[in-house]
Design a protein around this ligand. Structure first.
Ligand code: ATP
Length: 339
């Protein structure tokens, strides 16, 4: 089993009356890439700062590797072997790329480590430049080189792409994630973007109002969310009444295979929009009341005979006009049940 690199045990942090982090527990394995995902103000940055040592918890214990770093003992930030990449990169404008990357390193190791770190981020040829002579993406790589140069055990990233042009964002984040993966360092990334968390991370820790609601692989969080809030936060969701019997769950849009082990009876069923197929049918009991073309797919809202509306996401080569009468059919796939 992978050894644990970061462990938070029931950690709480308040600012006056604000409970920024409330009894949060999470465990991150060595070399794992975990995204901390949650809405604005839910306490993500505070949790990251508790790991870094920029905040001290009122309750709970923070461990990095074998060591207790907060709660019962206190290890200051500079002795936690944690590298941090901030949203605005926080580069020193008066220092060169090499100067920034080597900042804080002892003189003895500096030259060799800076060379290695700049190599890793692909900036060896730019060591003598100043930050204002670099593109945004290159500046971010300098910030990463600075975080990696002291050979940290852990790298923390706080919304590193939120100020980046959306057109550049995908390539920049793939590039940075590839560098981080190549080093094998343990990564904790804070983000409020579900797609970013899902596409980059091995596991996602979902946070709400200071608490960790669920941790799991992106697939687990998407298909087996812990509760309705989680279901709706990570994607469009139909939550329909249903009845479970004999391994199948019956809903007003058809029958789906139920997850193993759920007891029979009345349930609420989470059906993701891509699990509802639409077929134009003058005798169908649905009417398309909203149609949003999104390029690679189309998002439909369909009103059923009893007034319930459901959403469906279909490939954009299926053409169904607004106002069409449709039959709604279950597509093979997993649903989640809430009892
Ligand atoms: P965002 O995604 O908007 O950055 P977040 O999830 O990172 O938000 P935090 O920045 O951790 O959330 O803030 C959590 C709560 O704690 C918020 O209500 C915030 O206003 C409050 N808070 C954070 N830092 C402080 C502080 N130093 N003093 C007082 N309140 C604070």
């Amino acid at each position: 089993m992978t050894p644990t690199m970061i462990r938070l045990e029931s950690v709480s942090k308040r600012f006056g009356a604000v409970r920024a982090v409330e009894a949060a527990s999470v465990e991150i394995g060595k070399g794992e890439f975990v995204a901390l995902l949650g809405p604005s103000g839910c306490g993500k940055t505070t949790l990251l700062r508790l790991v870094a040592g920029f905040e001290a918890p009122e309750e709970g214990v923070v461990r990095i590797g074998e060591r207790v770093v907060a709660g019962g003992a206190w290890v200051p930030p500079e002795r936690r072997h944690v590298g941090m990449v901030f949203q605005d990169y926080a580069l020193f404008p008066h220092l060169t790329v090499a100067g920034n990357a080597g900042y804080g390193l002892g003189r003895r190791r500096r030259e060799a480590r800076v060379r290695e770190a700049l190599d890793l981020v692909g900036l060896s040829a730019h060591g003598d430049r100043y930050p204002h002579e670099l593109s945004g993406g290159q500046q971010q790589r300098v910030a990463l080189a600075r975080a990696l140069a002291p050979e940290p055990s852990v790298v923390l990233l706080d919304e590193p792409w939120s100020n980046i042009d959306p057109l550049l964002r995908a390539s920049m984040r793939d590039e940075l994630a590839a560098i981080l993966r190549a080093t094998g360092v343990t990564v904790l990334l804070v983000t409020h973007e579900q797609e970013e968390a899902f596409s980059l991370a091995d596991r996602v820790a979902l946070m709400r109002e200071g608490a960790i609601v669920q941790t799991g692989t992106p697939e687990e969080i998407y298909y087996r969310p812990a509760n309705r809030w989680a279901a709706e936060f990570v994607g469009a969701a139909n939550v329909l009444p249903g009845r479970l019997a004999g391994g199948l769950v019956e809903t007003l849009v058809g029958r789906f295979p139920a997850p193993n082990g759920d007891p029979p009876g009345d349930v609420d069923v989470l059906v993701r929009p891509e699990l509802l197929e639409l077929a134009v049918d003058p005798a169908g009991d649905g009417e398309v009341v909203l149609r949003e073309f999104r390029g690679h797919d189309v998002f439909y809202r369909v009103r059923l005979a009893d007034g319930t509306t459901v959403c469906s996401q279909r490939p954009s080569n299926e053409w169904i006009p607004l106002g069409a009468r449709v039959a709604v059919r279950p597509h093979a796939g997993r649903v989640a049940l809430f009892h």
